[in-house]
Design a protein around this ligand. Structure first.
Ligand code: SF4
Length: 475
């Protein structure tokens, strides 16, 4: 083949010339625009989100932020500077709803001063109260249920002053939408939505609809992207995370697929339902330890069989305790945490003693404890609220005292042991120390040395106080 060198050079020259003209035009155009950039920026609408309730709501707020930021909206830091205010709400307890009512009252003056401001209530309370919210607070513009976020841009652009979109979907899992996360160590990934368990006290199946799961591929893809963004830990999220079932692919298969993601240092999940915890799951824990963290949150709710039945929890005390034995057989050093409700309708003192009995047996590493709060529309609501406030408070106090002792006892069992710690941040109390988390989900404070957030280190535990472990050379 003969190459005509002269022609080639000529081509290059003319190509370079065109490029030069284009670059000069491009730069001059942009220099001319530079002074006006703040104006263009201010043409973008500002939005502000306040999130209440559980981690699932935090995740949904990240999804909403992702949708809005990928269009003409920028996130701002206060309701006062926003063009759009969204309250992502919770309905799980009466208190949570009261908080939102009072916050909406506080925000009313912003609407009075700026009629163009859009005020939206989204999430479980929006789903639960629907039109009632707009009837009582006509200054609210938008009510969106947890399955309607994909349409938020359409609703914000609509002419109507009041929009209610609370259709529940059998399919919506927000696949293909990437949440806008704040920088950090851990990325939460929602793997399934909704709940089919219908515990008699719980509003979630009514506000978040039926269970549906994402595909393993889409979850692994989100995990890889999170790692590329700098996260090193992933926590899988779902109302009943281990009920995950996508076209026959179950939760252990998902865990296995995620263990192959390069750069992942720790994998967690929350919250499983005891009914779906089985030997296969615990085998995965044993096989992939420490990548799959040795921690399980196993909600008890109550210890008495009569109360468990009335709660429709689908297990007995005996079954639950056998489960704990099985879990510890596979992973002896696992951290077990739980949720407990006191004062469920008709709960007697003897019933409550059964809860304490289970606590004594399991010795939970930690427990989230609540007084029963009746929720309209649930089955338990019809049973009334039969346990007095006084009895609820007394039971809760007794339970908390016991749990504090167990927490400390479990922490002290770790003194003298070498543990793997994922470094999270500077200690809140001393600039000379850092804090991190063990795989069994306990906070450890240690000298800062040269450690940085996201390092995975091993240190010996030297002391335990309150809910914290310490690794200090002079202890
Ligand atoms: S498992 Fe029970 S408590 Fe948990 S979300 Fe479903 S209904 Fe509510």
């Amino acid at each position: 083949m003969v190459v005509n060198i002269t022609d080639y050079r000529l081509q290059l020259r003319s190509h370079d010339f065109c490029l030069l003209v284009f670059v000069s035009w491009f730069l001059s155009f942009h220099f001319l625009l530079l002074p006006y950039l703040p104006i263009f920026r201010s043409m973008k609408k500002r939005f502000y989100i306040e999130t209440y309730g559980c981690q699932m709501n935090e995740y949904d707020s990240e999804i909403l932020t992702g949708i809005l930021q990928s269009h003409d909206y920028i996130l701002c830091n206060s309701a006062e500077e926003a063009d759009v205010i969204l309250l992502n709400t919770c309905s799980v307890r009466d208190n949570a709803e009261l908080k939102i009512h009072s916050r909406l009252g506080e925000l009313k003056h912003l609407k009075d001063n700026n009629p163009d401001l859009k005020l939206g209530v989204v999430g479980c309370m929006a789903q639960n109260l629907k039109k009632e919210l707009i009837d009582t607070k006509p200054y609210v513009n938008m009510i969106l249920g947890p399955d309607s976020y994909r349409d938020i841009l359409k609703h914000l652009g609509a002419e109507e002053t009041h929009i209610i979109d609370t259709k529940l979907s059998k399919f919506e899992v927000y696949d293909g939408l990437f949440p806008a996360r704040k920088e950090g160590v851990n990325a939460w990934i929602s793997i399934m939505r909704g709940c089919d368990k219908f515990c008699s006290y719980c509003i979630v199946p009514y506000t978040r609809g039926r269970e549906r799961s994402r595909s393993i591929e889409s979850i692994v893809d989100e995990a890889k992207r999170s790692i590329d963004q700098g996260f090193v830990e992933i926590t899988l999220l779902g109302q009943n995370v281990n009920s995950f079932d996508h076209e026959g692919d179950k939760f252990p298969a998902l865990l296995k697929a995620l263990t192959k993601v390069d750069g992942l240092k720790r994998l967690r999940y929350t919250s499983p339902h005891p009914q779906d915890v089985d030997e296969e799951l615990m085998r995965m824990h044993a096989e992939y330890k420490p990548l799959i963290a040795n921690h399980i949150h196993l909600p008890l709710q109550a210890g008495s069989d009569a109360v468990l039945k009335a709660m429709n929890r689908t297990y007995s005390q005996e079954h639950y305790l056998q489960l704990v034995d099985m879990i510890r057989k596979y992973v002896p050093d696992i951290g077990i945490t739980t949720d407990i409700i006191v004062g469920f309708p008709e709960e007697t003192d003897a019933d409550f003693r059964e809860t304490l009995k289970v606590m004594e047996y399991v010795k939970y590493d930690n427990a989230y404890t609540f007084k029963y709060s009746p929720r309209p529309y649930t089955k338990a609501f019809k049973m009334g609220d039969t346990v007095s406030e006084l009895d609820k408070s007394a039971r809760l106090t007794e339970l908390i005292v016991m749990q504090k002792a167990h927490t400390l006892e479990r922490l002290r069992q770790m003194i003298g042991k070498d543990v793997e710690i994922l470094v999270e941040a500077r200690s809140k109390k001393s600039s000379e120390e850092m804090r991190g988390r063990t795989a069994c989900n306990k906070i450890v404070v240690f000298p800062k040395g040269n450690y940085k957030p996201k390092d995975l280190i091993t240190r010996r535990i030297t002391d335990a106080q309150g809910v914290t472990l310490f690794s200090r050379p002079n202890n």
